[in-house]
Design a protein around this ligand. Structure first.
Ligand SMILES: [Zn+2]
Length: 77
């Protein structure tokens, strides 16, 4: 059986040497990142690698977008 190495495949998608934070860290930092972003702070500088992770991870990107809509929606009628 020649099974494809999933981790290797993901690494190839993300790119070599990229500071990928990973999904667990991404979920941990997601609310913090969105708070900073909505506050007008430099979220990318505060949580480096998160934006890059969204680019390569549709699941986290979706989570980010729905959480962001939820958080920003709380402040609007
Ligand atoms: Zn992810």
């Amino acid at each position: 059986m020649d099974q494809p190495d999933l981790h290797q495949a993901v690494s190839r998608l993300v790119g070599p040497g990229g500071p990928d934070v990973g999904c667990d860290a991404c979920f941990d930092e997601l609310d913090h990142y969105i708070e900073l972003e909505l506050a007008g702070a430099d979220a990318d500088a505060a949580v480096p690698g998160l934006r890059a992770h969204f680019e390569g991870c549709p699941a986290c990107r979706e989570e980010y977008e729905s959480l962001r809509a939820l958080v920003s929606g709380e402040q609007a009628p």
